[in-house]
Design a protein around this ligand. Structure first.
Ligand SMILES: Cc1cc2nc3c(=O)[nH]c(=O)nc-3n(C[C@H](O)[C@H](O)[C@H](O)COP(=O)(O)OP(=O)(O)OC[C@H]3O[C@@H](n4cnc5c(N)ncnc54)[C@H](O)[C@@H]3O)c2cc1C
Length: 390
């Protein structure tokens, strides 16, 4: 069993994983459709697959505030590889914190050791942003087992993960009170996957539809019973939004380092490119965006799991991916034509940044969440005194 590390040692482990595993291999990963399981197993040896899980199962038992900066380190290398670790860690945390003893004892050690990987399955083809509109149906049998029929879309680590937390509807009633979450091991009879989507980024991360044909799991696999499934999913999503935003900081930081190094060494008009004030101001704006995104994700990570967590996560998920997209474009411009050459970190970051605006809730949905809280707040404000209206 892996020894618990101090939070700063986990960050060093993440940085080493970025430098020693992601950087030298990412171009090869991009040329295949194979998820780099050996790299994930290597990360597990250093505690990166059990960040929030209890020590008794070999986890690092870090708080979100301590653990989420890991995704900034990993996001320097490849944002969607970092995302797959974020999802796995959230699934492992949910199993350890809300799963029943039998499920925890069976799966937590394997997930933390990287022998198994976890996936989160919420999105459906007809209801992406409208996550509460779940059509995948589970019938609860007399012995408490669940029999699931339906299909899901955009399942990351499709056919690679060994266990999936699946969000299901348990009656034909309208509303959200019957939504539940169950753990479904990949080898359960009746599961199948579609052909992985052909996409702009990260071919090594399979994302596909997932089909359920009378898939039955025992009552002991229920993570959140009917009535708790939606709130449980939303809590997981808040953690995911904050982690993705930390990954965006990694993307901004690696883009900025590359642009600074390039501009420092590139000579033109008798001086270094970095001497031009126009270039300095472009990079200064990137640095401000990085600082702001970092402060927002660190703030959100303190509030996850509290009533303030959802809006704090929405603020950073609204801001950081846009900042990452601006940073990638600016830094590419600083490299001139060299920024267009493939493969390179800058063109990879340029392709990955817009994906960050979609995954785990789009930028627009974050505005919806923030605006709802503003509406509630507006109701608490007293009327403007008459003389001030004039
Ligand atoms: C790389 C990647 C990996 C993913 N992995 C997973 C996974 O592992 N598991 C999983 O369950 N899901 C996953 N998803 C799905 C992801 O969560 C959804 O893509 C996301 O929630 C948006 O849904 P959609 O793509 O259907 O967009 P839609 O909901 O169809 O939205 C289309 C457009 O309309 C906008 N829009 C929607 N509603 C509003 C509104 N009220 N106001 C204004 N604009 C609005 C959106 O912002 C967007 O621009 C993944 C997605 C990506 C891109």
């Amino acid at each position: 069993m892996m020894n618990k590390k101090k939070p700063q040692d986990i960050l060093v482990a993440a940085r080493n994983h970025y430098e020693d595993v992601i950087c030298p291999n990412v171009d090869d990963w991009e040329s295949t459709s194979e998820y780099p399981r050996a790299a994930a197993a290597e990360a597990a040896k250093h505690g990166l697959l059990g960040i929030y899980s209890p020590e008794e199962y070999g986890g690092q038992a870090l708080s979100f505030e301590e653990g989420i900066p890991v995704f900034e380190e990993l996001g320097k290398g490849e944002g969607l590889y970092a995302f797959s670790f974020s999802m796995h860690n959230i699934v492992t945390f949910a199993i350890c914190s809300f799963g029943q003893q039998e499920l925890r004892d069976e799966w937590a050690p394997k997930l933390i050791a990287g022998e198994s990987l976890g996936g989160f399955v919420l999105t459906e083809a007809q209801s992406g942003s409208d996550a509460a509109k779940v059509h995948t149906r589970a019938v609860i049998n007399e012995d408490g087992s669940y029999t699931i029929n339906g299909s899901k879309a955009w399942v990351s680590l499709a056919d690679v993960a060994d266990i999936y937390l699946v969000v299901v509807k348990t009656s034909s009633k309208s509303g959200k009170d019957d939504i539940a979450m169950v753990a479904v091991p990949k080898d359960t009879q009746g599961i199948s996957f579609g052909v992985p989507y052909d996409k702009l980024v990260s071919p090594f991360l399979p994302i596909a539809d997932m089909f359920f044909d009378s898939v039955t799991v025992p009552e002991s696999n229920v993570i959140f019973p009917p009535g708790k499934g939606l709130s449980g999913s939303l809590m997981a999503i808040d953690i995911a939004r904050t982690s993705i935003s930390a990954g965006c900081c990694g993307l901004i930081s690696s883009s900025l380092d590359l642009a600074l190094t390039f501009a420092r060494d590139r000579q033109m008009f008798g001086q270094s490119e970095l001497e031009f004030q126009g270039i300095q101001w472009m990079l200064a704006d990137v640095a401000t965006d990085l600082e702001a995104s970092r402060l927002l994700y660190k703030h959100a990570s303190k509030y996850l799991g509290t009533p303030e967590g959802t809006v704090a996560a929405a603020h950073v998920k609204r801001f950081a991916p846009d900042a990452a997209q601006r940073a990638a474009a600016t830094c590419m411009q600083v490299l001139g034509g060299a920024g267009l050459l493939v493969p390179s970190a800058i063109e990879r970051n340029y392709r990955i940044a817009p994906v960050m605006k979609m995954v785990d809730g789009t930028t627009e949905i974050q505005r919806v969440v923030i605006a709802r809280s503003l509406q509630k707040y507006a109701e608490t404000l007293p009327p403007i005194p008459e003389q001030e209206c004039k």
